[in-house]
Design a protein around this ligand. Structure first.
Ligand code: TRP
Length: 363
């Protein structure tokens, strides 16, 4: 087994470069690709998800690419014991997807839950044999997640989940995976597994298809307060489903500094920069121009402007979300359709995987 070394900076630079190129290739022939991406149902989705990947997914869907989204419920068990919120979270996430414009009831965009596709778990076993413990152990994203979750002991699913994720992607033959930079190491694991499987169990055409990462925005959205990326568990996230008033309250409560003149200086003034960047993303401007407009009117004026830009940008999304939420059967219909499709793909892949390994017995 070759031991690939993961160099985060090099990988990010390569991925950014490749993504620019890939985007052009996609635009030339969108039908050629199948998008597979996913989210862990740990809570309703927020602005970080929106600018990190959701808008890119909508764009790809609208280009005519087939898009599959896995709601990775088993992955929730990597860093928490309780599962009582998963059901509500899955409901929230499906409504968030619909609200941002993912056409999950149409025939090109599909969402499925991990636990509904048992073949994924069966693919996990041979895939686990293709990576070493050392490789899993030095995965930087996993280390970060372990640190963020403050785990005292790390369960084996945490180590295995990048491999689990490889099963998600390879089972349904995803060729493009739109992700934030934190997911790049995982995508490398998937590519390593596909390469190694194809080399060890050759077939024509090769059994597994290598996916590529498509980075939408290499810079994650900072949470309110500027202390790191936006995440619900850090309490610094603007959820898509919040009301305008809840949004205003959240933004008002964000830490800033006491300098009256608002300037965009990400290194020196991270909390102000985080707000400026959010306003910039929501209004399609640069953080500098937002800063200049606020001038020396201080943090209160900045927060007011940020609130308005978020609420204006999210208004149509929130309106649609309320409409979808009023249909009690919608989530079920979305998942039934998505689960069926993912399952039939995964069954076919598992069949080819077992055949290539010589593990079919005609019974
Ligand atoms: N690990 C991803 C996250 O935490 C979710 C995920 C699961 C995923 N399976 C995937 C992402 C496959 C891309 C492809 O957000």
């Amino acid at each position: 087994m070759s031991n690939s070394t993961f160099n985060p900076k090099q990988t990010l630079e390569d991925a950014v470069r490749r993504s620019v190129q890939l985007r052009q290739e996609i635009e030339a022939d969108p039908q050629k690709y199948r998008v597979l991406t996913g989210d862990r149902p740990t809570g309703a989705l927020h602005l970080g998800h929106l600018f990190g990947t959701l808008l890119a997914r909508v764009e790809m869907q609208n280009l005519g690419m087939e898009t599959l989204i896995v709601i990775a419920d088993y992955q929730v068990l990597t860093d928490r014991d309780a599962t009582e919120h998963i059901r509500a979270n899955v409901q929230d996430i499906v409504l968030d997807y619909l609200a941002v414009g993912l056409d999950l009831l149409g025939d090109r965009t599909h969402a499925f839950v991990h636990s509904a596709v048992p073949e994924l778990n069966q693919l996990l076993l041979p895939f686990l044999s293709l990576v070493s413990m050392a490789e899993l152990d030095r995965n930087p994203t996993m280390k970060q997640e372990i640190a963020d979750a403050g785990l005292r002991t790390v369960n084996a699913l945490m180590y295995a989940y990048p491999v689990h994720q490889a099963a998600d992607i390879l089972a349904v033959k995803g060729t493009v995976v739109p992700v934030g930079p934190d997911q790049l190491p995982h995508l490398e694991v998937t590519r390593d597994i596909a390469r190694r499987f194809n080399a060890r169990f050759p077939a024509t055409p090769p059994v597994l298809t290598l996916p590529e990462a498509l980075l939408s925005d290499p810079q994650p959205v900072s949470g309110l307060g500027g202390g790191g990326k936006m995440s619900k568990s850090r309490g610094n996230a603007i959820l898509l489903k919040m009301t305008a008033d809840e949004t205003a309250t959240m933004v008002r409560g964000a830490t800033t500094d006491s300098e009256r003149l608002i300037t965009y200086e990400p290194e020196r003034r991270p909390s102000v920069a985080a707000l400026l960047r959010i306003a910039a993303l929501c209004s399609g401007r640069s953080p500098d121009s937002v800063a200049v407009e606020i001038g020396n009117r201080g943090a209160a004026a900045l927060k007011e402007a940020v609130t308005i830009s978020i609420n204006t940008f999210l208004a149509p999304i929130r309106r649609r979300r309320i409409e979808y939420a009023s249909d009690p059967s919608i989530v079920e219909r979305v998942l039934r359709k998505g689960n069926d499709l993912a399952r039939s793909e995964a069954i076919a892949t598992l069949e080819r995987v077992r055949t290539a390994m010589g593990m079919t017995y005609g019974v």
